[in-house]
Design a protein around this ligand. Structure first.
Ligand code: NI
Ligand code: MN
Length: 227
């Protein structure tokens, strides 16, 4: 089985594993770089890494329309229930869950997490998805942290890292993250959405080729990566 990832701009990804659609951090209608609108997206599962609007903005309407199961840290899962979401799967950092399409593991992330109405969002997280024995690591919003070495100890096929800087690690730190994770492929995210996080992704891609062993996979919003 091949998993197909479509970048929907910013931190939003659609992962298709056979007939299962997994949507990560849905931020579409207000996202200036998104190629699609929330009303046009189907999902079986929605993963939410933390409570900031640019990761959860469209989770409630898409979950209500599709009946998708929303996977998030306990505090966000509770908040979503209060928003009328019926299907939630609460987890916490370090835990894994086996689902029909594969395994979801929640990892640490160094960031913050407040929900749009000011509610406490618990700890921010990243995710490792294991689909057909291939591991895809979504760092989501985070600083560089040395424990990425632990995450990389089980072979990572594709690492998706933020490179926008300002709110997350930037291009330079992402090179260190790649060293720690040692993934086969690496894709950038969370950049060029707004002027504040504009980055030269071609330059980044050259640096990845020169100083790491990973293959850069750069796509435009709407572009696909085959894992
Ligand atoms: Ni954030
Ligand atoms: Mn963000």
């Amino acid at each position: 089985m091949t998993a197909v990832l479509t970048w929907l701009g910013h931190g939003t990804w659609l992962i298709e594993a056979d007939d299962t659609k997994i949507l990560l951090d849905p931020f579409l209608d207000e996202n200036p770089s998104s190629p699609v609108k929330a009303a046009d997206i189907d999902a079986d599962y929605i993963l939410v890494s933390h409570g900031h609007f640019d990761h959860i903005a469209d989770a409630v309407p898409i979950a209500k329309r599709t009946g998708a199961t929303v996977i998030a840290v306990f505090e966000i899962a509770e908040w979503l229930k209060n928003q009328g979401i019926e299907n939630t799967l609460a987890m916490n950092v370090g835990g894994s869950v086996e689902l029909p399409f594969g395994k979801v593991t929640m990892t640490i992330a160094y960031h913050s997490s407040q929900l749009p109405d000011g509610s406490y969002g618990g700890n921010p997280v990243g995710f490792v998805l294991t689909i057909a024995r291939k591991r895809i690591y979504f760092a989501c919003d985070t600083a560089l942290f040395e424990d990425m070495k632990l995450i990389g100890m089980d072979h990572i096929h594709l690492a998706v890292l933020p490179i926008g800087d300002l709110f997350t690690m930037g291009p330079r730190e992402s090179l260190r993250a790649i060293e720690l994770l040692a993934p086969r492929m690496v894709a950038p995210a969370h950049y060029n959405t707004w002027p504040e996080i504009e980055q030269d992704v071609e330059e980044w891609s050259l640096d990845v080729r020169h100083v790491t062993t990973a293959q850069p996979r750069v796509v435009s919003p709407g572009g696909k990566i085959y894992v």
